[in-house]
Write a protein that binds this ligand. Structure first.
Ligand SMILES: [Fe+2]
Ligand SMILES: [Fe+2]
Length: 407
């Protein structure tokens, strides 16, 4: 008779899967601002959230199986596995990273899920199988998507060797036991830990189509109005860059601050997904209106002042509560002008964007309030941060009609 998994064995394994899902979420978050290919950047925004949801689903099942202590959550499978993840994280270039994540780490996890499902005690453990099936299906979709991207990235003769070497290392550190539950079966836990550290960052990476200006004083894109075709092209082009920036800065919060509350991570990952969809929507509308990526100069002002702050709440105060709140006002103005001009397609899309942006402002308000409730000094410093940044160097001549903001 085939062995089936006990409650205790489930606990050991689910905590490991949860650790791996969180690691993959952080890898994508950490890489997003240094990835060149925009399609990968967008997919990372979406998949960061999906992997966060996977970790969340696993985290909800663990206490249902009597795993009520933190000890059962996010268990590093072994030092060897953690070192393999670190090696993939440190890989340079889009192609090596894609191969490491989508041909080595994710397939190993899918194999673990499939073996686990095959060995589940049914119907007793149907709730676990229900979750794992969903997660495994989504992970398989991620890998299918990645193969298409890998096939069109510029080839590198060393990629084959990199992949073979990682696969060999995986077999050594996480051997699939014959008849066992996939590659992450050991009973112990790893003690080795590494953090995903970035140096000081001046700008996020953009492909060669983009022309990023260095001096924010030269930046006048926001002075355009949404009531002409040309104005729409300028504003949507600038917005597209902002959407990418926000995917990237959400990713940086996830990677830079592994100790923030889990619900905050879920919110940040959700925002990364929202912004990734916004980038897709905005680029499509820009092209429908005769525009293209790189047609105007643009600015990444605010990036340096955001991602180099050691307190994530200062980042939220500046970008979510200040920039995104400003963006809501702009969107309301654009919607009004698009309506007046009979541009129903833009109205429809911008209204969805606005709905999301309001939530992003609220994420900032909520987490600053929640995490500084007992720390008035921190609250004061966090809330004062945007003012200090904006004073004397606001880069844009903001132009929108205040009367439209009541919408
Ligand atoms: Fe957005
Ligand atoms: Fe946003």
């Amino acid at each position: 008779m085939t062995e089936t998994l006990s409650v205790q064995r489930n606990l050991e394994l689910l905590g490991r899967y949860q650790y791996l899902e969180i690691q993959m979420m952080e890898l994508m978050g950490s890489w997003a601002c240094t990835i060149l290919d925009p399609e990968i950047k967008i997919a990372f925004g979406r998949q960061m959230y999906q992997d966060a949801v996977h970790a969340d689903l696993l985290g909800k099942r663990i206490p249902e199986l009597k795993g009520r202590s933190a000890h059962f959550h996010a268990i590093p499978p072994s030092d060897g596995v953690v070192r393999l993840i670190e090696r993939v994280w440190k890989a340079e270039g889009d192609l090596k990273r894609m191969v490491g994540l989508y041909r080595i780490l994710k397939p190993a996890l899918i194999e673990a899920y499939r073996s686990h499902i095959a060995m589940a005690e049914l119907p007793a453990d149907e709730p676990t199988v229900y979750i794992l099936r969903h997660i495994a299906d989504e992970e398989r979709d991620h890998c299918t998507w990645a193969e298409k991207v890998i096939s069109r990235l510029p080839a590198d003769p060393l990629t084959g060797e990199w992949e073979r070497d990682l696969a060999r290392e995986l077999r050594e550190v996480a051997p699939a036991a014959s008849g066992g539950v996939g590659p992450f079966t050991g009973a112990g836990r790893g003690t080795y830990a590494f953090t995903k550290v970035h140096g000081y960052s001046l700008l996020p990476v953009r492909d060669s189509r983009w022309d990023i200006i260095a001096d924010p004083g030269e930046f006048t894109e926001k002075n355009w109005s949404f009531d002409t075709q040309e104005g729409k092209q300028h504003l949507l082009h600038d917005l597209l860059n902002s959407e990418f920036i926000t995917v990237e800065r959400m990713g940086r919060i996830l990677a830079d601050f592994p100790g923030i509350p889990w619900q905050m991570k879920l919110d940040m990952a959700r925002q990364a997904w929202d912004e990734a969809r916004h980038a897709e929507i905005v680029q499509r509308r820009l092209e429908e209106l005769g525009g293209r990526v790189g047609m105007f100069k643009t600015s990444c002002w605010g990036w340096e002042q955001d991602v180099n702050r050691p307190d994530p709440l200062e980042r939220l105060a500046l970008s979510n509560m200040t920039f995104e709140s400003e963006s809501c006002k702009h969107l309301r103005d654009w919607i009004k002008k698009a309506k007046e001009g009979g541009d129903e397609r833009s109205v429809q899309l911008l209204d969805f964007l606005l709905a999301d942006e309001v939530n992003h402002v609220l994420y900032g308000v909520h987490w600053i309030d929640e995490l500084t409730r007992d720390d008035p000094e921190r609250r004061k410093r966090v809330l004062a941060y945007p003012k200090g940044v904006l004073e004397g160097q606001h880069p844009v001549g903001v132009r929108f009609d205040e009367t439209t903001n009541a919408r």
